[in-house]
Design a binder for this molecule. Structure first.
Ligand SMILES: *Cc1c(COP(=O)(O)O)cnc(C)c1O
Length: 389
């Protein structure tokens, strides 16, 4: 471990602060470090390992594809990515998919589609995109500009222009920006993840949907983190009874391999045309085959389990000692602790439970199929740490 630590420090760019564990292997929701210590994983590689580590069906799907062909480029037809697109469209009622390799890239595609749509429908200066304060949409320059948190903007100017920020849960703030600017789209996360696991109000999202529809402004749901069963439905917008024009996703879709998707509805499915966008790796056959095995198992039974486990966590932790509040939806949960969250996180690690953080909260993003027994064990550790620290 000390070897790896010093090599990492010497050769890896300083952009990450690592937790003091080297995960060497795992199975399901259990991971083991290089000394063979066991941890219950409540982070899933930041909501990526949808069915945990070394999920057999996913490995089978990916390796079968690897044994056929690992990459073709988008110059050729490829079955896994066509079938994945078909399933995503059928299960959302949307029309076309562009595949990328990450959440930020999925959002870049959505931004380009929205701008072209705006220009075609309302003229050249209709390019502004409204996003929400406290949002997070990625690390590329455009998606950073879309991110409504000043901390991300400090050192990297100039940004692409054309992004303005409204207050979350305040429809009047959105309407004001839409009257002051020529707006082509509004982009939001149903649950603001990096912003501290804050679900948007149902009333606000419904109003937003109605307003955008009325004004022919595209509604973009950034479901990079909330999607793929995480919040108890296939996509979290379904919990609001709305239909966005674009849904972007990544993280859990790939089950551990990089893939992002920009799923476009009726209005803008044909906005992007030949030459408008592209990606060398986007829709890579191995990643797409893995994603197919994930999406095909996100069914009613699994989602029922997600909701039951969520209710269990809320029930156990909401009024526990040392815990101020619990927020989130499904298996995307934020816990505001009385003690500093970094201390709580490191004490949990010492006691064999891996949790993430988001702002000042402990963040839980367990695998959707985490066995109840392991979840109970992990929750009782969190409970004890919060009470005793
Ligand atoms: C993680 C995340 C992104 C960025 O995804 P990357 O794959 O890291 O580029 C964008 N939006 C939301 C809501 C996210 O949670």
């Amino acid at each position: 471990m000390t070897d790896i630590k010093s090599k990492d420090k010497l050769y890896i760019a300083n952009t990450y602060s690592r937790l003091p564990v080297e995960i060497a292997r795992g199975k399901g929701s259990l991971v083991y470090d290089t000394d063979g210590r066991r941890y219950i994983d409540l982070g899933s590689g930041i909501a990526v390992n949808t069915f945990g580590v070394c999920d057999e069906e996913w490995i089978k799907a990916v390796t079968e594809q690897l044994n056929a062909v690992q990459h073709t480029s988008n110059l050729f037809y490829s079955e896994p990515c066509a079938t994945l697109a078909e399933i995503l469209c059928k299960r959302t009622g949307m029309k076309k998919v562009f595949f990328a390799n990450s959440g930020a890239e999925a959002n870049e595609c959505a931004i380009k589609a929205a701008r072209k749509y705006g220009e075609e429908k309302k003229g050249k200066d209709c390019y502004t995109i409204v996003t929400l304060y406290n949002s997070f949409h990625g690390r590329t320059l455009a998606t950073l500009a879309a991110t409504g948190q000043d901390v991300f903007h400090e050192r990297f100017r100039p940004f692409p222009s054309g992004f303005v920020y409204a207050d979350a849960n305040d429809i009047e703030s959105v309407k004001k920006l839409c009257s002051e600017n020529k707006v082509c789209a509004v982009m939001f996360e149903p649950v603001q993840g990096e912003g501290g696991v804050m679900p948007l109000d149902v009333y606000f999202v419904k109003e937003l949907y109605a307003y955008c529809k009325e004004k022919d402004i595209l509604l973009i749901a950034d479901e990079v983190q909330t999607g793929n069963g995480r919040c108890g439905k296939l996509y979290d917008y379904m919990n609001y009874g709305i239909a966005p024009d674009i849904v972007t996703t990544a993280k859990g879709l790939g089950g551990g391999l990089p893939i992002g998707a920009c799923i476009m509805g009726e209005k803008c499915a044909d906005t992007l045309t030949y030459g408008d966008h592209g990606s060398t790796f986007g829709g890579n056959p191995a990643a797409a085959a893995g994603a197919l095995s994930i999406i095909n198992r996100i069914d009613e039974k699994l989602l029922k389990g997600v909701i039951e486990k969520s209710e269990y966590i809320f029930g156990e932790l909401s009024s526990a000692d040392g815990i101020v509040s619990v927020s989130g939806r499904g298996l995307m949960i934020g816990i505001k602790t009385e003690k500093p969250v970094k201390d709580v996180q490191s004490e949990c690690i010492k006691r064999g439970v891996l949790c993430l953080t988001a702002k000042d909260k402990l963040r839980l993003l367990p695998a959707l199929n985490i066995p109840f027994g392991l979840l109970k064990e992990a929750v009782s550790v969190i409970k004890r740490v919060c009470a005793e620290l």
